[in-house]
Design a protein around this ligand. Structure first.
Ligand code: MLC
Ligand code: AMP
Length: 471
């Protein structure tokens, strides 16, 4: 089966029903289907064929959905780019993915055909183009950083998205009666794989937000009255600020809150339960695999754990009951785009090596214990210190640099840069350059000057020996 065939199943008999709300406008399932057929015909008219890549650098909007659905109807590969990325990060993705065109709302590097959202409004037929695709067809290339600091495109197939959505619908009892409030960005698998695909596979009513704004989040809940919410821990921390009466009212209408992409502190789970009357269900996923493990919908949702494997997912820990998480299953990606060596290195005897460390309890619950690499997760966005260190070392005032994550109440972790200055150093100018050239979540939030970085006899930086930053 391919994705349009799965979505057609839930559209049957529901074409006139409200499917999507965005910026106050409501669209039916029929509208969604026809809008994307038009965009698919437009792509065909512009010479796109199956296997071509289309890069999309847009915030959450209606067009990003039209473009994604048009791509999966044609076998064109959808390549979302994080809207917070800047020129350097975008250039890498464009050079690597070699798209036939880019749809962008902001500035993009030269050398590629760029379309604006208005360009998609051309008058073309709304009939579905006759294309036959099987489930192994790539649907999306989602870029994710490796320990090398260079991001790689994970090839996710129709079958990967199908397996993920069908599994979540079953395990979290999602039906057409649900209502989803979705503030997650559609350029990552949390928003795309879970949010968008559960919506289309179940056929429920979704309100999409351009982004999560903590100042208005509670008002969105009260206004839309969702039953279902997918969020990163930073969103749940922000929601703890909701006045008690409002939190109760929101909780009364809700069926299920799910958290993932970063560890949910047990304390936050407890405080949220006291305020909203719901136990957040925590699950564990990854760009290359989408969802792997989940706490049970019925049964104990245990704080600090990520539960048990989802249907079809096989899991091994490298040392038996502890160690690196190794995975197999229908959710596993088809490899890294044009990186055979990196793909080979990511597997061991057919098992995908996640780089995450875990322990398995006697009753089968898994607890994540950190990562083999020094990945920093800030607000659910991943930061590879090496990428920031390489950028800092290119700056004239920096001789050496080391970036570490320090705990942050809201975002989980934030990046801090330790550096050895080269001569006189204007720290404010350095900070400003980081903010201009890097995605905002990657820019170090504090700079600490040191005389030298602590190193082993072999020259490896010992980050754990760096002095703690000032609070
Ligand atoms: C964040 N910012 C955005 C933005 N999200 N700007 C534009 N569009 C967005 N979508 C910027 C802000 O400008 C600001 O920049 C900074 O991020 C934080 O803003 P804030 O208002 O203080 O927000 P905050 O309350 O801290 O919440 C941040 C957040 C964001 C939770 C909304 O971090 C977020 O959307 N996270 C989701 C990440 C995600 O989807 N991860 C899934 C990866 S997939 P400045 O300049 O002030 O710093 C994966 C697999 C899996 O991991 O298991 O799911
Ligand atoms: P990404 O590469 O952006 O897809 O991020 C995937 C990583 O996020 C995983 O390898 C984990 O380290 C982390 N992650 C996802 N969900 C959880 C969770 N529930 N608890 C802890 N870490 C998580």
């Amino acid at each position: 089966m391919n994705l349009p065939q799965l979505f057609d199943l839930s559209f049957i008999g529901r074409r006139d029903q409200p499917a999507l709300e965005f910026h106050g406008k409501v669209f039916t399932f029929g509208d969604i289907d026809e809008r994307s057929n038009r965009v698919a015909n437009l792509l065909l008219a512009r010479g796109f064929t199956a296997g071509d890549r289309l890069c999309v650098y847009l915030p959450n909007c209606l067009e990003i959905i039209d473009l994604y659905l048009a791509c999966v109807k044609l076998g064109v590969v959808f390549v979302p780019i994080n809207i917070l990325y800047r020129e350097r990060e975008i250039t890498h993705i464009l050079n690597d993915a070699e798209p036939k065109a880019v749809v962008a709302s902001g500035e993009t590097p030269p050398g590629y055909e760029v379309w604006r959202r208005e360009d998609l409004a051309a008058s073309v037929p709304s009939s579905r183009p006759p294309v036959t695709l099987d489930g192994d067809t790539p649907a999306a290339l989602v870029y994710t950083s490796g320990t090398t600091g260079v991001s790689k495109g994970a090839i996710l197939t129709h079958n990967n998205f199908l397996a993920n959505a069908v599994s979540l619908l079953t395990c979290w009892q999602i039906t057409a009666q649900d209502r989803l409030l979705l503030p997650l960005p559609l350029f990552h698998v949390h928003g795309l794989g879970n949010g968008l695909h559960c919506w289309l596979a179940a056929g429920f009513h979704m309100r999409l937000l351009e982004r999560f704004e903590h100042q208005t989040a509670a008002a969105q809940f009260l206004d839309f009255q969702p039953t279902l919410f997918f969020g990163v821990p930073a969103m749940y921390v922000r929601l703890l600020g909701t006045p008690e009466a409002e939190a109760r009212e929101i909780g009364n209408r809700m069926r299920l809150f799910v958290s993932g992409s970063a560890p949910l502190p047990a304390q936050v789970l407890e405080e949220f339960r006291a305020r909203f009357g719901h136990t957040i269900l925590e699950r564990y996923g990854m760009t290359e695999t989408m969802m792997n493990l989940s706490n049970p919908y019925i049964g104990e949702r245990r704080p600090g754990t990520v539960g048990m494997p989802l249907p079809g997912v096989s899991i091994r820990l490298s040392n038996g009951d502890s160690g690196e998480v190794l995975l197999k299953g229908p959710n596993l990606f088809a490899g890294y785009w044009r990186r055979e060596q990196a793909t080979r290195d990511a597997f061991s005897d057919g098992w995908f090596r996640t780089g995450d460390l875990a322990v398995r309890g006697a009753d089968g619950y898994y607890t994540l214990q950190g990562r083999k690499s020094d990945l920093i997760i800030s607000g659910g966005f991943n930061i590879y210190p090496r990428e920031i260190e390489e950028f800092l070392m290119e700056q004239p005032e920096v001789a050496e640099a080391a970036v570490v994550g320090v705990p942050d109440r809201v975002r989980g972790e934030i990046p801090v840069a330790y550096f050895v200055p080269r001569g006189a150093c204007d720290e404010a100018a350095l900070a400003a350059r980081c903010r201009e050239k890097l995605a905002s979540f990657k820019a170090p939030k504090q700079f600490v000057k040191v005389e030298a970085l602590p190193r082993t006899a072999l020259g490896k930086v010992q980050k754990h020996l760096l002095p703690p930053p000032e609070q």
